[in-house]
Structure formats: C-alpha cells, structure tokens
Write a protein that binds this ligand. Sequence first.
Ligand code: IFM
Length: 457
Amino acid sequence: MVNFTLTFPAGFLWGAATAAHQVEGGSPPNTWAAWEQMPGRIHQNQRAGLACDWWGGRYAEDFDRAAALGHNAHRFSVEWSRIEPERGKFNAEAIAHYADMIAALRARHMEPLLTLHHFTDPLWIAGQGGWLNPDTAHRFARFAQIVAEELGGGVTMWCTVNEPMVYAMQGYLLGRFRPGEGSLGRALRVAEGLLRGHAAAYAAIKEVQPDAQIGLAKHQLSLLARRPSWLHGPARNLLRHVFNRALVEALLTGELRFLRRTVAVPEARGTLDWIGLNTYYRFVAGFNLLRPRQAFIEQTRPRHGLLGPAGTGEIWPEGVFEQIRWLAERTGKPIYVTEHGVPDADDALRPLVLVRGLRSVWDALNYNFPVKGYFHWTLADNFEWTEGYDPRFRFGLFACDPQTQVRTPRRSAELYGEVCAANALTMDMVRRYLPDEADALFPGVPVQRAVTLRPRS
Ligand code: IFM
C-alpha cells in the first residue's frame, strides 16, 4: 500500500486569495457598484450588498478562521475608489482600515500579499476613459505610491494588477464586465494600458520601498486544439499567444506583440520580481469564420471531463503544472499560485481539485520550478462578478450566506488546513478525504515500470 508524504519547501506560503469588491460590501464609488445598478448585467440583477462584510470588520473573524487552519499568508486587495474617491484626494479612514487589516494579518502570523487593482476602478477613472486613457497609468502609479507610503510598513509583497487580460477581454470584447463593449481592438488597447499601469506602479513602489517584491497575477487558460489540429492548431496557438503569453513576454522584452501590432512598452521591461498564476479551466480552441470580431477564434468547452458550470470550461487542475512550467521557463522568476479553486457549493469536487492541484504544484517543485506559495480561491463564498451570488459559483473553503453572514466550513477547508499545518500532502489525508479516488490518483506504480509497461503500437 502506498504511503507517501509530499513535502513542500520550508517557508512555503499557504493561504487563500480574496478581492476587495467581492468581500467588502458597502457600495464603494467604483465601476462595479455602478454596473450592478444596470438591469440585466448580473445574475438575477443581484448586487454585492454586504458581501462578507469585511468593510464592517468581519475580516477579523475570517482571518481567525484562516489562521486556525494553519494559513501563514493571505492575498487580498485594497479598493482604489475608497482610498482615492476623487482624483488626488486620499481618504485617511480608508487607509487606516487597510492598515488595521494588515496588522490583523501580522498579529496572526500571516504574510500579506496586497493587490492594488482587482477588476474595479474609481468612477472618476472611468469618467476619464479608464485604461484607454494614457493618463490612467500615471494616476494608478500615484495611488500605488501613496499606498506604499502608508501601508508599506506592513507589506513587502505587492501584486499590481489582477488578471489584466480577463479585465480587458471581459469588459471590452465579450461585454460581460463593464463597460460591456465588443471590440477586440479596444480590448487590446486596454490590456496595453494595464501593462503600462503595472510598469508605472512598479517604479513608484520601488521608489518608496526598494526591497519590495512586486509582481502581477496572470490568468492562464489551458487550451486544446479542436480536431483536426492541422486546421485548428494555429487558432489555438494564436489564442494562447494573445491571452496567455503576449503580456508576460512584454514584461521581459518591453514589446507588446498582439496579432499584427507590436507596441514598444520599454518601461515594462524588467518590472517583475515574481509572477502570479491564476488558473482554473481547460478549453478547446478552433477557427470559426463566423467570429470575425474575435479574430476568427472560437473557444468552447471540451465534450468530456470534469465540466464546470455553463459558461466555464473543463475543471483542469493539471493545468497548474502546465502553466507553472511555461511561466518558469519563460520568465525564470519565482512563482506564486495566486488563485486556484473550483465553484462547488456542495464540496463534491473541491477535495479532488485541491489534491490534484497541490500534486501539480509538488510536481513542479520536483522539476525545480521555483514555486513559493499557493493561495486558494477563495476563503469564503463571495460576490462572483457577473454571476453574483449564483449558487453554482460558490468558490469558498467556507460557505458564507451574505444575508445572515453565517459561515460554515466545507470539508475542503479542513483538508486544506491539514496540508497547510503539515506543509505536506500525505496519502493518509487523501485516503480520508477521497477514499474512492485515492488509489487511482496515486497508484504507486514507479515511473520506470509505467513506462516499460506502456503497450507498444
Ligand atoms: O472570482 C474570480 C476572481 O475575482 C478572479 N479570478 C477568477 C475568480 C473565480 O472566477
């Protein structure tokens, strides 16, 4: 009987990831709170409402829960529109609130990883054209500078921008996020704006805190080519380049190459101390002549596999290894898994997704890829953007009812807690949480034998 212990390196960061608008509640003057007012934009016209009431102070009890489970780190974001509700006017109370949150993490021996931009913009930024306006990158850098000056005493790990390609594509090409547009050209210009914002914020934070560790969180899709691959393979490669790779390449080269357009962004070159990986799904990509607006590329769900809710793809935890590998080989930088998780209110899939995802991280470490931490998405059920509080999109280790504010741990919280506390995943844990799948997941066949026994054709 196999009885392994997959041990992680000493000092490995274990935690969960959250984002301000999804957990805080209290309607800040930002673009999402405004978008939620528009009929038909969010599942059942819901609004974030109280969310997890972190603005009301419930972050403290949630940090207690995380600390009790052995988390030694937490990724969260600050809300730009609260800190700078009007151009150039910074709100001392909001800054004090985030200082308290950071102190609360430190008091619980949890390392804060602070994200500056997670999908929301102050209304005054939207009013000046958002990330299509070149001035926005400078405004963002000024905001980053103030945050670094005010909060840098307790933070050394900074994430400038969360999922810039998701923000650009969902808002400006697919129309699912504000401003609900359908233009590939504008989506790519927004991505360029966010890249410039990242670079400007990087420089601003380094001015204040030279030893800051600064990165961004990149959403990566695992992509199969539709058959026949000689026809659809190039479409897959193009999507992979545009969505997964172009922006990362630009951080290394200072050139942003999208389709036929190459833009010089020299200020972005070398602005990466680490890179964050957010990954969830696998899709199939192919050519479709009916999709001229999307450069004739269509992205669909695979027919088989562990399928996520409608509108998502195949739940594919092995993508964690695949994406770490590309990011590590291409950038040579330390890697944090800044998000990985699964929407699963019943917790029927999460233990399996966790075990497969963590095995992927461990595999990557064994290839000497420099993975430094893992942040599960997310701590407690929260406001899932366009999906609102749709029960099919509950990502929390804890269930959270936004009306009653009652939290209930899911079994996965305990499983993940055991991993964090032991700094290891063991076969004993896998057997207890996944009794039916344990032996199939870890058959204990030495690689050498598995290779020798592969049937010849
Ligand atoms: O909830 C989101 C998060 O804000 C960004 N990454 C994906 C998560 C799950 O959809």
